[in-house]
Ligand binder design. Structure first.
Ligand code: SIN
Ligand code: MN
Length: 233
């Protein structure tokens, strides 16, 4: 990504001082051309692994966000619980491979020495939101989570390590990147609302969010975490 980003306006990482350390915000990390290129790549992924509506553990209530994944593993949720699995829950097919550009972005933003294993793709229509939660279905909290926003802006909320900790909200715009690492790796976070029609990027309007995650500890076979398969780490 470094070469590809060379021509882009410099996006200075702004350390967010309140709340847990390790939360890094890169405003306009992807310029418009890079956003369009990433979107075209995502359209191909979503053609092979269509967005679907996950449901909440136990209650089975549908999410307002639609989801898909790429990479050896994908995060999903249904009445049985939250989990990573190697196949799309509706098509039964393996998730499409992680596009090279996402691995370059991961390397550029994290310096973590192993590749991401899952990219969760969230699609928010104008009224979709995501409640406050922690990303804790991974084995390896040493690896950060990288979030990329495309399309309409949203109001993102982040708190501390306890649900009851104070939270703060800020706007994420198309092209912004956020890294939840260090202490912030387990920070509660969520999306309060979408600001409809704030970006012309998606013809259908709405917001796409990608989160890149490392799921297993390096050198721990994916099969050992109950996800089956003999997949490259
Ligand atoms: C997530 O926590 O999975 C998504 C966050 C976002 O949409 O910005
Ligand atoms: Mn999350």
């Amino acid at each position: 990504m470094k070469e590809a980003l060379a021509a882009a306006p410099v996006a200075t990482p702004i350390p967010i001082t309140a709340g847990p350390s390790g939360l890094r915000f890169h405003a306009y990390y992807l310029d418009r051309v890079q956003q369009e290129a990433l979107l075209a790549t995502l359209r191909q992924v979503l053609h092979r692994a269509p967005l679907y509506t996950p449901s909440m553990p136990k209650s089975g209530r549908p999410f307002t966000v639609r989801m898909s994944n790429c990479g050896p593993l994908g995060w999903t949720s249904d009445q049985a619980g939250y989990r990573y699995q190697p196949t799309h829950p509706e098509t039964g097919r393996p998730w499409p491979p992680l596009p090279g550009v996402l691995i370059e972005i991961w390397n550029d933003l994290t310096g973590y020495p192993y590749p991401p294993q899952a990219c969760l793709i969230n699609y928010y229509g104008p009224t979709a939101k995501m409640g406050l939660h922690q990303d804790r279905d991974e084995q390896d909290f040493a690896a950060p989570v990288v979030s990329l926003s495309l399309g309409d802006s949203c109001l993102f909320r982040v708190g501390g390590l306890k649900r009851s900790d104070p939270t703060r909200s800020f706007r994420l715009n198309s092209g912004d990147a956020l890294v939840l690492g260090g202490e912030a790796r387990l920070a509660f976070h969520g999306v309060d609302r979408i600001f409809p029609d704030t970006s012309p990027l998606l013809a259908e309007t709405g917001r796409l969010n990608l989160t890149l995650r490392r799921v297993t500890r390096p050198n721990v076979a994916i099969a050992a975490v109950g996800c089956g398969g003999d997949l490259p780490l």
